[in-house]
Design a protein around this ligand. Structure first.
Ligand code: PLP
Length: 415
């Protein structure tokens, strides 16, 4: 037996530490498909409850859309279940290339390459393009998958303070002598819902001869006038060298991701990106579903428009009720509670009111910045939002925080 008591005790001790720190993650079992109304079993073994989902990335309400499901069924019938191959051996179907072309057209780029996930896209893109002569300059709050991708790359690395353009310019000057400079940011930052200042970043990149990479996972499909993403919102379509994004959020929410951008960059990824070369191709059923998603999005802006209206309604309701929010325009609406335990108690009470929204605290967000992160969907109807709002007000009232500002909440509950 090689799994000795010593090793078992070691892990049990570490898991105990995680529990004692109050950061052990329990999963909640959903017994329905993903939608605004879900059936949840929590804790494991408890009665199944009906709840309104306020914390999914199903921004456009397409995860269980009948047309997407039908397209997936058709794809399953016509192209089979699995390909049992990576792309370059025998894992590329006509529909894989069709989807790449669709994404290219939608994002206004030159070419696109699919990956099993956006995590994989970020894991592969840096190492495929850069060497130790080059520098990656990233915003300090980029997503974990970008951090991991940069770790896998031999290029040098530096950071700039979150969305701080003066600091970015300092770093671009500091690294003026490097062969290739890449500025790296999320489009929408997932914890605060704030949007990168891409127009200013593009100007700096032009001035200092740097490339720019944007991970638009929390915006593709709905940010910008026609939902192209943050580059559309910031009026820099065609000027972002590399966009990475996911199909696992707004775009049907199954799985898959891509790198889209300059055609040589995409081709370099096809030749060299390890998660592309050594991990299985996206299943035909998912490719077929995502193709339908792009067809829906290209034919009408109805869903992103509804999402925008829902978000404005939700923000206004919470604000009028006296909650402290993180300001912003994205459908990520964080309700600030500051104290970690309060965020957990608040989330539990919401759940008992039939509202499913998770409390986030350190280390997922900075210490003293605990919150309930709500995420709005085009799948929500006004009655969902009204019911959720009543529950937030009831629970907010219970804890006596309505109308209090940050200092007052902190004085009452501590950090
Ligand atoms: C969700 C997310 C990812 C990961 O996407 P997957 O396709 O699920 O791997 C990558 N980057 C950002 C910014 C994300 O929010």
């Amino acid at each position: 037996m090689s799994y000795s008591d010593k090793i078992r005790n070691l892990y049990q001790g570490q898991l105990g530490d995680i529990r004692n720190a109050g950061i052990y993650k329990e999963e909640r079992f959903i017994h329905s498909s993903q939608a605004a109304d879900i059936e949840v079993e929590f804790p494991s073994g408890a009665d199944i409850m009906n709840a309104i989902n306020m914390c999914s990335n199903n921004y456009l309400g397409l995860s269980s859309h009948p047309e997407v499901i039908k397209a997936a069924h058709d794809g399953l019938e016509r192209r089979g279940y699995g390909m049992s191959s990576v792309r370059f051996i025998c894992g590329t179907q006509d529909i894989h290339r069709e989807l790449e072309n669709r994404v290219t057209e939608f994002l206004g780029t030159e070419d696109t390459i699919l990956f099993p996930s956006c995590m994989d896209a970020n894991a592969g893109v840096f190492e495929a393009l850069l060497t130790s002569e080059d520098i990656m300059i990233s915003d300090r709050l980029v997503h974990a998958s970008i951090i991991d991708g940069m770790r896998l790359c031999s290029a040098q690395h530096d950071t700039f303070k979150h969305s701080n353009m003066e600091h970015l310019e300092e770093k671009l000057l500091l690294h003026a002598d490097k062969r290739i400079k890449v500025v790296i940011t999320d489009g929408v930052f997932s914890m605060d819902g704030d949007i990168a200042r891409l127009d200013e970043m593009v100007k700096l990149c032009e001035k200092y001869d740097a490339m720019i990479l944007v991970d638009d996972s929390h915006s593709t499909g709905f940010i910008g006038r026609t939902g192209r993403g943050t580059h559309e919102l910031c009026d820099v379509v065609g000027k972002i060298d590399i966009i990475t994004t996911t199909f696992g959020k707004a775009l049907g929410g199954a799985s898959g991701g891509c790198v889209s951008g300059r055609k040589e960059i995409v081709d370099m990824c096809r030749q060299k990106a390890r998660p592309y070369l050594f991990s299985n191709t996206i299943a035909p059923v998912i490719v077929s579903g995502v193709l339908k998603v792009f067809e829906i999005l290209s034919s009408s802006t109805e869903r992103r428009d509804k999402l925008e209206k829902n978000t404005a309604y939700w923000r206004k309701g919470l604000k009028n009720a006296g909650f402290v929010l993180k300001e912003g325009e994205s459908p990520i609406v964080p309700v600030m509670l500051f104290n970690a335990k309060l965020s957990q108690d608040f989330s539990k009470d919401l759940y008992n009111e039939g509202i499913y929204a998770i409390g986030f605290f350190f280390p997922v967000v900075p210490n003293g910045q605990a919150r309930i992160r709500t995420q709005i969907s085009a799948g929500h109807e006004i009655h969902h939002l009204d019911k959720a709002l009543s529950a937030f007000i009831k629970v907010g009232d219970k804890y006596g925080i309505l109308g209090l500002n940050k200092e007052q909440i902190v004085a009452k509950y501590g950090l």
